[in-house]
Design a protein around this ligand. Structure first.
Ligand SMILES: *Cc1c(COP(=O)(O)O)cnc(C)c1O
Length: 377
């Protein structure tokens, strides 16, 4: 039996292990200098945008919505073609999620759909760079800003990519990242929020750490004593420990090679599959230089499930990304109905993510291509 190929996995080298071990032997396991170092290293790949490291991509979304001031009575316009966390984190702040449909070709949210979903209550527009392909971020920012709302880019798939020459992380008011092992770089669990605006940044930092205020100049009771810290707004503990930040910095030093390898593998799939009847290979729009997280094949003849099962039986760990968010019973129970976003439902019905990770070999890709060609032959 041939080796099982997951759809994604981490790439760990001895330098990563050494970086973690060094922190483990030091004084600071958490809240130490490796955190700021990782945040600075991340800023170096996002056009200098300051970053706040947190414990997951989901935490990053929860922090970003908190920084934006999202609460009960507010609306968040969100893509349905994403992992549930993009919408759930807004709902947990008490906001109403309004879904705007996506392109059935790219899986990215469409600008006219976002414009139509905006109301005076809209606080945030949340887009996802599906598979790593940047959304139409400049148009989306314009639409959001015209409505007095902020643009949040869930860049869980796209760290290392660029859109119209500008790096992901420098394009939206708030950008969130995930460093889960299948993503473009990993800290095991981890994430970050990037933002330029100093007020948003301060609120993000505050929410990450219980809202604690240590700066005496900002305290209401500064004469309480040297130990004193006080809370002005509720927060949580979403601090990413030094141990994991060290892994993140070590991984970031290889981000360019990860991105290059992902692009090469993506191109190899394209070359091997573009002439297969019944499938469509992923679209790249002018202006996009994606850092591909997923290879999102579309299976056009209604045989996606059969192909999924065929490949799984042959040890190829394909995945489907994603069930439209509002199909989850938690949203269905709130009254969201199937049929709400036909583009997303079409995309979901066709999508199949093929194995894609930096240490995947060309021969592995050829094996996947051969199995797909065999299925359609
Ligand atoms: C992975 C992912 C998340 C959640 O990140 P975690 O680190 O797993 O919490 C959020 N949004 C998208 C689009 C993702 O792919």
């Amino acid at each position: 039996m041939a080796e099982f190929l997951p759809y994604g996995r981490q790439s760990i080298v001895d330098a990563d292990v050494a970086a973690v071990a060094e922190v483990l032997r030091g004084d600071w396991l958490t809240t130490g200098p490796a955190v700021e170092r990782f945040e600075a290293d991340l800023a170096a790949v996002t056009g200098g945008t300051p970053a706040v490291a947190v414990t997951s991509g989901t935490a990053a979304l929860h922090v970003a919505y908190a920084a934006a001031g999202v609460g009960p009575g507010d609306e968040v316009v969100c893509t349905p073609m994403t992992f549930v966390a993009t919408a759930a984190a807004a709902a947990l702040h008490g906001a109403t999620v309004v879904f705007a449909d996506v392109s059935p070709e790219t899986g990215n949210v469409e600008v006219p759909a976002v414009r139509a979903a905006i109301t005076p209550r809209t606080k945030v527009v949340a887009a996802v760079d599906f598979a790593g392909h940047p959304a139409a971020l400049d148009e989306l920012a314009q639409v959001a800003h015209d409505a007095g709302a902020l643009l949040l880019e869930d860049a869980a798939h796209s760290v290392g990519g660029t859109w119209r020459g500008r790096p992901v992380g420098a394009l939206a008011d708030l950008t969130t990242f995930s460093f889960f092992p299948t993503k473009n770089l990993t800290t095991a669990e981890g994430g970050a929020v990037s933002c330029v605006d100093p007020e948003l940044l301060a609120r993000a930092r505050g929410f990450r750490n219980h809202g604690l205020v240590r700066d005496r100049d900002l305290q209401r009771f500064p004469d309480e004593g040297g130990w004193h810290q006080e809370v002005h707004a509720f927060g949580l503990n979403y601090r990413l420990p030094d141990v994991l930040c060290a892994l993140g910095s070590s991984q970031l030093s290889r981000l360019d090679s990860f991105v290059a390898r992902r692009r090469a593998l993506h191109a190899r799939y394209d070359a091997g599959l573009s002439d297969v009847d019944g499938v469509a290979t992923p679209v790249t729009l002018p202006g996009a230089q994606p850092a591909w997280h997923l290879y999102a094949l579309r299976v056009r003849d209604g045989r996606r499930r059969a192909l999924y099962e065929h490949l799984r039986e042959r040890g190829i760990g394909v995945q489907v990304n994603y069930v439209p968010v509002y199909w989850h019973p938690v949203f269905a129970d709130l009254g969201y109905r199937r049929g709400l976003c036909p583009g997303a439902e079409t995309f979901y019905a066709q999508e199949l993510s093929l194995p894609l990770w930096p240490d995947l070999r060309d021969t592995d890709v050829d094996r996947v291509i051969d199995e797909i060609r065999g299925f359609f032959a």
